[in-house]
Write a protein that binds this ligand. Structure first.
Ligand code: SG4
Ligand code: ZN
Length: 270
C-alpha cells in the first residue's frame, strides 16, 4: 500500500524515496560522524548547557509497531532545552530503539565509520513554537532527538525494565501499560558530551525537522538484553509469518548513513 515501508530488500531504505520524496533531501539522517570534522564552537553551545527533566511517571505504554519497540510518554512535566536548542523548550513524545542481527551492527549513526550494537532515540518536540507533535514534525526546528549508542557489556538495570516487558508485546500492534516507573533519564550516559547537526527522521516520511543530539559516551546493555529485542516479531499474533526470513524477527531496523554534505557538525564536551 501507499505508505508501506520496512527494512527488507524489497521495501527497504534504498526504495523509500519512491513513496517518500523527502528521503532524497539534502538534510537526511542518520550520518557518519567524522569526529575530526566536528567544530567545537564553545561560545554557542556551552553558553547554554543542555538540560532535561523527565518525571519517573513519564513512560506510559510499551508498543511493538512491527519495526522496533517504542515507549509512548506523557509529555507533561518533561523538558529538554539548551545547547543547540537554545531557549526553546521541547517535550518528550516517545523513545524507541534500533538494533542489528548481531552485536557488530545496529546503530543508525556511525562514528568514524564504526557502528554500535544499537541506538536509542528520545524524540522531543518544540512546545515553544508549535501546538502539536504533528505540526512540529513538519517544521525545520520542530523536533529534537537525543541519540544514545548501545554497546554490549553489562546488564543495564533501567533497560531491563523494558526487556522484561517485551515478551508481552512480542507481536506487531501489541501494547502493554507500564506500571513500574521507567525513567528515560536513566537510559542516558553519565557524561553529557555530544555531537549535534541538523537532520531528519530516519524513517519515512523522513521529514527534515530534527535537531540531532548524539551523546559521545555510549551505554552498556547485555547481549541477552539485545537478544530479547531481536525476539520481537514483525507480524501480528495469530497471523502466519509472512516472510521466511529470520522467522519475521525485528532485526536490522536501521537506516544506513546518508551524506552529511555541507552541513555543520558541532560538538560540545568530551
Ligand atoms: C521509529 O520508527 C519510531 O517508532 C517512530 O515513532 C519514529 O517516527 C521513527 O522511528 C523516526 O524517528 O528518531 N528514528 S527517529 O528519526 O517519531 C516519529 C512513531 O512512529 C515520527 C510514533
Ligand atoms: Zn529512531
Amino acid at each position: 500500500s501507499k505508505d508501506e515501508w520496512d527494512y527488507s530488500i524489497q521495501n527497504g531504505p534504498s526504495t523509500w524515496v519512491t513513496k517518500f520524496p523527502m528521503a532524497a533531501g539534502s538534510r537526511q539522517s542518520p550520518v557518519n560522524i567524522e569526529t575530526k570534522r566536528a567544530e567545537s564552537d564553545h561560545e554557542a553551545l556551552s553558553s547554554k548547557p543542555l538540560r532535561w527533566k523527565y518525571p519517573a511517571t513519564a513512560s506510559r505504554k510499551l508498543v511493538n509497531p512491527g519495526y522496533c519497540w517504542r515507549v509512548d510518554t506523557a509529555g507533561e512535566g518533561t523538558f529538554l532545552s539548551g545547547g543547540p536548542l537554545m531557549d526553546d523548550v521541547y517535550k518528550l513524545e516517545q523513545y524507541h530503539c534500533h538494533w542489528g542481527c548481531s552485536d557488530s551492527r545496529g546503530s543508525e549513526h556511525t562514528v568514524d565509520g564504526q557502528a554500535f550494537a544499537g541506538e536509542l532515540h528520545l524524540v522531543h518536540w518544540n512546545t515553544s513554537k508549535y501546538k502539536t507533535f504533528g505540526e512540529a514534525a513538519k517544521a525545520s526546528d520542530g523536533l529534537a532527538v537525543l541519540g544514545v549508542f548501545l554497546k554490549v557489556g553489562k546488564t543495564h538495570e533501567e533497560m531491563d525494565k523494558i526487556a522484561r516487558l517485551l515478551p508481552y508485546v512480542s507481536h506487531k500492534d501489541e501494547v502493554v501499560e507500564i506500571t513500574e516507573p521507567i525513567d528515560p533519564g536513566k537510559l542516558l550516559p553519565d557524561d553529557n558530551g555530544y555531537w549535534t547537526y541538523l537532520g531528519s527522521l530516519t524513517t519515512p516520511p523522513c521529514n527534515e525537522s530534527v535537531t540531532w543530539i548524539l551523546f559521545k559516551k555510549y551505554i552498556e546493555v547485555s547481549h541477552h538484553q539485545l537478544n530479547i529485542f531481536r525476539n520481537l516479531r514483525k507480524f501480528p499474533r495469530g497471523e502466519e509469518c509472512p516472510c521466511h526470513e529470520n522467522h519475521g524477527a525485528v532485526i536490522n531496523n536501521f537506516r544506513p548513513p546518508m551524506p552529511l554534505g555541507n552541513r555543520v557538525l558541532r560538538e560540545c564536551g568530551s
